[in-house]
Design a protein around this ligand. Structure first.
Ligand code: G4P
Length: 199
């Protein structure tokens, strides 16, 4: 198991066959040391691809994205789920359907911070149905920038996100890939052995 898989086994909670709770280090409380390791791992995986900007989406994508930006030495832009008072003109937007929440949200980012010359790495905390990542890719393409890859912290490989992104030709790198979840246990794609949570 890699460092993230170990942490998921130690501190994660399988809420159902499709939902993993990682509030203690990623989605509510954030572990900066873990985020630093994630940033370094993303930087290793995407080194040499000429990335000039990182794009993520609020809120849980921000921490891993910032540490990836630190490791790669590039700025980080986060898409917003709501327009803010300072974010008015020159916006790119995309519609993102959330299967979890069963609603469509318009996400947006300012045209000010991306140019057609940028090579963008998309970072997000979870990959489930791929809708958030596809929305981010759509906005980056509206600018005319190149998508160098998509870096995911936790991928639920039994859901169709990766397939959808790869079908569009994007390179996807996920630090932890979950093959299956059952109450109290989960299996990673790289492991044959089933991992049981320490409650
Ligand atoms: P998609 O983006 O891959 O299509 O997935 P989906 O619509 O299902 O995801 C909606 C929200 O739920 C996203 O966060 C996503 O990160 C999160 N999510 C999906 N599956 C899981 C899971 O198994 N565990 C956890 N903890 N989160 C999951 P969000 O609503 O944008 O939240 P936040 O980024 O503001 O924290």
């Amino acid at each position: 198991m890699n460092f993230l898989e170990k942490r998921i086994v130690e501190d994660g909670q399988v809420l159902s066959s499709s939902v993993l709770k990682v509030d203690s280090f990623l989605n509510h409380q954030v572990d900066p040391e873990l985020m630093e390791k994630i940033g370094k791992e993303m930087a290793v995986r995407f080194q040499g691809t000429g990335i000039t900007k990182i794009v993520t989406i609020e809120s849980s994508g921000i921490a891993p994205a910032v540490f990836t930006g630190l490791s790669l030495g590039v700025p980080v832009i986060f898409a917003r789920k709501q327009k803010s008072v300072t974010l008015q003109d020159g916006l790119f937007s995309a519609e993102v359907y959330s299967f979890t929440k069963q609603q469509t949200n318009t996400i947006c980012l300012s045209a000010q911070f991306l140019t057609s010359g940028d090579r963008v790495l998309i970072i997000d905390d979870f990959l489930a149905y791929g809708e958030a990542a596809l929305g981010l890719c759509e906005m980056v393409q509206q600018v005319g920038a190149v998508i160098a890859g998509i870096g995911i912290v936790i991928e639920k490989s039994f859901q169709p996100g990766r397939q959808k992104l790869e079908k569009k030709g994007y390179r996807v790198e996920s630090i932890a890939r979950i093959q299956e979840m059952k109450e109290g246990s989960l299996t990673f794609l790289t492991n044959i052995k089933e991992e049981t949570f320490h409650e």
